[in-house]
Design a binder for this molecule. Sequence first.
Ligand code: PLP
Length: 379
Amino acid sequence: MKFGTKVIHAGVHPDPQTGSVMTPIYQTSTYVQKAPGVHQGYEYARTQNPTRDVLQANLAALENGKYGICYSSGLAAMDAVIRLLNPGDGVLSTNDLYGGSYRQIERVHKRYGIRSTYVDMQDLDQVRDNIDENTRLIWVETPTNPMLNIVDIEAVCQIGKEKGVLVCVDNTFASPFLQNPLDLGADIVLHSCTKYLGGHSDVVMGAVVTSDPALSEHFYFLQNAVGAVPGPQDCFLMLRGIKTLHLRVQRACENAAVIADFLKDHPKVNRVNYPGYSTHPNHEVAARQMRMFGAMVSFDLKGDDFEEAKGIMTATNYFLLAESLGGVESLIGHPASMTHGSIPKAERMKVGLTDSLIRLSVGVEDVNDLMDDLKNALG
Ligand SMILES: *Cc1c(COP(=O)(O)O)cnc(C)c1O
């Protein structure tokens, strides 16, 4: 089955009882038993839910994995991954990790004895040199937020295999339409389904996909034992959003390429970060591991004026000023004051996250309207 068919059909079957083409929303907390312990595979809805089962099968297929396991948010899915580690074990991560992921490692798991190291994973020597006898997990995010750096997934997985360390890739920014880390050697792929998979900014959800039976057991166990599960209505909305994933992401990527070109030539713009440029430091890697270059673009201004950047963000009409990404509508954001506000300026500047950096999540509107919107806002 090709990707555009999988999004609609993989794991999804008309309801045998009624013929309902759409997966029913099984809005129930429990299931009747014929005799104690005699049931149809469903006992209690934290443990199993038929709407969730269909979504999980669909997600597994999209990432070319065997098992999909959903959680109530992307960060709840991450928590399930980090719980593979024991006190004293270490996680080696990208140094420009999603802020919420960084916070979870540093302020939740650290208290339970998890060690953490952050490196620039574009430099494979840094990955190799920072694996020690405690390292159990390599946490990859690519493309990264908001600098759109690209990590070579296959090369990092190769290092993981050599050293016997698990690799988890946060594939949220790419979506399974653009990039499939399991095919490149990853053990686990993670999604904040809140973003491109849902695609309509109306659901918060997370998922992991793996082909390893032992890992899948761990993840199903935590779904039930910890209980961070999505509700049936949200699973239905996620299935509905996924049906157009390929159409949405393709159009958003096309729009982003046009907008990146427009920004590059704008007199007020200093630097544009976009993996689709042949001048992007890891363009070759992006071209190898991604089908298109994504729909996230960031740029900063000549003179790097904080107030000027803020002015632009309040002057757009279609680009809505909001956190998050991956919906059909375009969003604009200011990492220095929004998502990365808690990082000291000196630290931000080291990775190029300047005061005037503006991040765009390009949506699927008409690209001419989007360009006019930015043209007006840039003045
Ligand atoms: C949003 C996001 C998360 C967290 O997902 P939630 O669904 O908000 O919990 C994790 N990683 C990345 C890259 C994200 O963009």
